[in-house]
Design a protein around this ligand. Sequence first.
Ligand SMILES: [Zn+2]
Length: 310
Amino acid sequence: MSTAIYSHPDCKRHEMGDWHPESPARLQAIEDQLILARLDDFLEHRLAPLADPADIARNHTPAAIALVRDNVPAEAGAYYPIDADTLLSSSSWLAAQRAAGAAVAATDAVIAGEIDNAFCAVRPPGHHAVPTGPMGFCLLNNVAIAAHHAMAVHGLQRIAIVDFDVHHGNGTEASFKHDPRVLMVSFFQYPLYPYTEPEPITPHCVNLPVPARTNGTVIRQLITEHWLPAMHAHQPEMVFISAGFDAHRDDDIGGMALVEADYAWITQQVMEIARLYAKGRVVSCLEGGYNLSALGRSVAAHVRVLAGLD
Ligand SMILES: [Zn+2]
């Protein structure tokens, strides 16, 4: 297996204040843990390019793009609030373009066969960003932009998006709710931010709300019963993962109780679907995960499976 890690120093330059859990330290914790877990030697490190404006425009309205691009403060240390906990600092637009650019470049590399799969260690995260604007720590929807790119530029007809963040990926759901080419499967704690009323299960949208304290045993059963049949039926040509690790039991932003072994198991299931239908093509993008230790350990467990080491 060859697995690439896409990131860029610019992704650490977006910051929303010392109090904010979505901090540059998250990427440092991931880097440190990949080294500590002795995974670094097995990974190909690639620098994220800036996203092409045409790629961003496939998922976001001109007004949504302008809201981020045109409001970054000129001076360091200043903030432009988009909502109570989504802010722009001087490098935020740069970081957002790198995060989306990573997802698109990883998609190109995986489809070209240069690498088997990729993990994008990027921020800001993306899955709450709706086509019409940023929200919930998210500026651009990295996974949605890359999925649009895979279909529009590479002609793929069937995509699956797996979202295991503790929060509902409302932005991604908004992008593809009416697009039968895209199957979205997720679980999320409910009620919890963004408090969107869960949609009923359809053949293209299997989003499973679960109560606080749900653990890995229950999640594995739900995935086996609901995600996997939908993915076998859809036969995706490529699989994207919105990889949030805030459903970990040590992460206080939510109240779920997953552990590293659960993330490894979920990744194995996704890899098997990708192996069967998608030539193994998987692009995973970091979403949430705010307990730095749990985040680093969980990403290591996830990447270890992507790299075929587990
Ligand atoms: Zn989250």
